[in-house]
Design a protein around this ligand. Structure first.
Ligand code: SF4
Length: 307
């Protein structure tokens, strides 16, 4: 059963040009994803595809000039701004991309303890630090005294002690060495095994395939495919969307062929299918209207020609 459902989510930003003309940039459009308890959904896409904004939209922490439409439901009920505030950090926790989310003026042990909602906060913080190989001396340190890896493990600790039912992890592993990345990914698997629903937002499809159950492929602000991890095999015959196939083929262990062209900027989205300018299979029809997401072979795809 889905614990978090996102239906037809769009996010745009109002901006003013030099001549004070107001323009609107659509950064997320018609996005649909579902999270299930005990499962990891990886949202995979290139930088600049709007993935972090998705995390911020779920938590209700978008900047004030953002305009949001669509519905986000948590446990079957709509997540209104008031409900987002009530569940943030308790039922839905964020592992942010930036370590700047740590309070620079508070010792890190105390910061982690403020996220404990049940039981003894000191004990919970010490247990989680042990699990993440943070020595007891770390609890008295301030964020500026931590290495990048230690700061990331502190952020993971905060999410872990919160007892949240949904964890949204926004690029949680950049700059970590491969051993720590593997360890961090395993911790997300543990979160899921304990019954949590995990959304792992990443540009790293290889890491995502190691631990996720499903992959949602994000392109220019929308999902183009939702597939099971098992679909990523061989020449990608089971994959539905041309962009997902191209991502799979671009991996070093496959053909290592980069995808020509680049993702469009939100200010210059093409008409019709957003991938059409780069798609080898595009026909005149593809340029007319953006395809709807549809079910196909036990997955979802946004392509009129996928079979
Ligand atoms: S709709 Fe057309 S352009 Fe878009 S991915 Fe499918 S085949 Fe390519």
């Amino acid at each position: 059963m889905s614990i978090l459902e996102i239906e037809n989510l769009s996010v745009s930003f109002k901006q003013y040009t030099a001549g004070f003309k107001q323009i609107q940039h659509q950064v997320i459009s018609s996005l649909d994803v579902k999270l299930e308890a005990g499962k990891i959904l990886a949202v995979v896409g290139a930088s600049g595809s709007g993935k972090s904004l998705l995390a911020h939209a779920i938590l209700g922490i978008l900047p004030s000039n953002a305009m949001v439409s669509g519905v986000i439901k948590f446990e079957g009920e709509e997540l209104t701004p008031a409900r987002q505030k009530a569940v943030r950090g308790k039922e839905i926790a964020l592992v942010p991309q930036s370590v700047n989310f740590l309070d620079p003026l508070m010792r890190v042990g105390s910061q982690v303890r403020t996220s404990v909602h049940k039981g003894d906060p000191v004990q919970a913080q010490r247990n989680v630090f042990k699990r993440f190989h943070l020595g007891q001396e770390v609890e008295r340190m301030y964020p500026f005294q931590l290495s990048g890896g230690m700061a990331r493990r502190t952020l993971l600790s905060t999410a872990m002690v919160s007892g949240a039912k949904v964890i949204v992890a926004d690029e949680p592993t950049p700059g970590l060495d491969p051993v720590v990345i593997k360890e961090a990914l395993n911790h997300f698997r543990e979160f899921a095994n304990q019954g949590c629903a995990v959304m792992l937002i990443t540009h790293d499809i290889e890491s995502a395939l190691q631990i996720a159950d499903k992959i949602a492929v994000f392109y220019a602000g929308t999902t183009v495919e939702i597939a099971k991890v098992e679909d990523f095999t061989g020449q990608g015959e089971a994959i539905r969307h041309p962009y997902t196939k191209a991502l799979w083929r671009a991996l070093p262990q496959n053909d290592f062929i980069p995808i020509p062209g680049s993702q469009p900027h939100p200010s210059s989205l093409p008409p019709g299918c957003l991938f059409a300018p780069r798609c080898e299979l595009a026909t005149a029809e593809c340029h007319q209207a953006e395809p709807n997401m549809r079910e196909l072979r036990d997955g979802m795809v946004r392509c009129i020609h996928a079979t």
